[in-house]
Design a protein around this ligand. Structure first.
Ligand SMILES: *Cc1c(COP(=O)(O)O)cnc(C)c1O
Length: 424
């Protein structure tokens, strides 16, 4: 085989471009991620393709940002139609689709008003501002003293205020001093949360299921208990559904499992249809009214492209019955993941098309399992080196789901056999 034919075989071309892409990213990029060694070049529905054309099943969905699948034709079309009409105008003027976007998102969530932002972290920051101002103006908390109760293991984004109340050392190290005003309690323990409320508490800020912590599902009744506690103490209940929202857990929003409607809701990721960063703080009117002109803003928040995509994402969620699909296929996912009596599996947990398999780190390294899955054509990533995440696009077909789970079982067998061989 000549050199020329060699470099034109798909595998060799793939390996060369893999090295080129990885080398450039490490040389010219910041090293704040440690990606798996695969270079993706194309996506369609639940599938991603690398530079050599190899097809993968996406079990990550970009942390739920691609919950509708890659390049959903209706979302792409909505974006193209808007691109032919109007791009960005800033909030110095009204646009013809921001009002409808806010209305449709308020109606979908059962809340009253929206404040659009771009990333999840910005929407979480918006919620923090709303809670604090509400605390001063409506609860007569002394200026500068407002407290927000959060949960250990939380993830709300990467801004300095937000990482300041994270319990994960790697998110915090070297980034202080941090903003005061946050009190952390164990996740899933309603009594501990109630005990932490003081006369300075303005709000509770919680993920209904903790995603980045490893798909941690709280005990049944926790969310409705939080609703009752917040009512009793007249403080705000704010849920961060940036990752759990838009059908991920088998309902449009996770709080609907327990009819625990919050006073404020933080949304992002899937709201942008996998195409654009679109986030929002959605709230009851009495919360949203703390904002007056000049108090908050975002150049790109709620821009016409974002509003067009967000509106279509809401329509796709409803018209394709994605929450129901997630609920039905989610049962298959949990059952088949639990089928394995593999000794390295400590726990399988989740809701809807969102599951985490906790592995025993003394037996297997979760990152090695992800690498073995990658070689077999399934993309996912571990959290905290011990949990394998399963969060496919909600449009996944059952046969792709079943195949991805089989690949996981085979990969786990392969990695633990390798480990046993090393030890033995
Ligand atoms: C991803 C995530 C965020 C942050 O969203 P970004 O768009 O990355 O800023 C906030 N909250 C939760 C629960 C998330 O999963």
């Amino acid at each position: 085989m000549s050199f020329h034919t060699l470099i034109h075989t798909p595998a060799a071309a793939g390996a060369a471009s893999l090295e080129r892409a990885i080398g450039r990213e490490s040389r010219f990029g910041a090293k704040n991620y440690a990606p798996l060694p695969v270079v993706l070049a194309r996506g369609e529905g639940v599938h991603l393709f690398d530079t050599a054309g190899k097809r993968y099943i996406d079990m990550m969905s970009a942390y739920s940002a691609a919950s509708f699948g890659h390049l959903h034709p209706r979302l792409v079309d909505a974006l193209k139609r808007q691109l032919a009409r109007l791009d960005l105008i800033s909030r110095a003027y009204y646009s013809d689709n921001l009002g409808p976007f806010c209305q449709e998102l308020a109606e979908l969530t059962g809340l009253d008003a929206c404040l659009p932002m771009n990333t999840g972290a910005e929407a979480a920051e918006t919620a923090i501002k709303a809670a604090r101002r509400y605390g001063y103006e409506q609860l007569s908390i002394p200026e500068g003293k407002a407290e927000i109760i959060v949960a250990g293991g939380n993830f709300h984004g990467r801004t300095t205020t937000i990482v300041g109340f994270s319990s994960e050392p790697s998110y915090r190290r070297g980034f202080g001093p941090f903003a005061p005003g946050f009190v952390s309690v164990p996740f899933g323990d309603a009594a501990a949360l109630e005990a932490a409320i003081t006369s300075c508490t303005a709000a509770v800020l919680i993920e209904p299921i903790q995603g980045e912590a490893g798909i941690i599902v709280p005990p049944d009744g926790y969310l409705s208990e939080l609703r009752k506690i917040c009512d009793r103490h007249k403080i705000l209940l704010i849920f961060d559904e940036v990752q759990s929202g838009f059908g991920r857990t088998g309902r449009n929003f996770c709080f609907e499992h327990e009819s625990a409607t919050p006073d404020g809701l933080i949304l992002g990721k899937a709201l942008g249809g996998g195409l654009l960063p679109v986030s929002a703080f959605v709230a009851r009117r009495f919360v949203m009214d703390v904002f007056d002109p000049g108090s908050h803003g975002s150049t790109f928040g709620g821009n016409p492209l974002a509003a067009a995509v967000g509106r279509e994402a809401i329509r796709v969620l409803e018209e394709e019955d994605l929450a129901l699909r997630s609920q039905v296929l989610g049962k298959t996912l949990l059952r088949r993941l639990s089928d394995s009596a593999h000794p390295a599996v400590i726990e399988v947990r989740g809701k809807g098309l969102w599951a985490g398999v906790e592995l025993d780190p003394s037996r297997v390294n979760a990152a090695d399992v992800c690498l073995a899955m990658l070689r077999r054509g399934v993309l996912t990533k571990d959290t905290h080196n011990t949990v394998i995440r399963f969060a496919p696009p909600l449009v996944i077909e059952e046969r792709d789901l079943v195949q991805a789970i089989e690949v996981f079982h085979d990969s786990l067998d392969e990695v633990s056999a390798r480990g046993a061989a090393r030890v033995g």
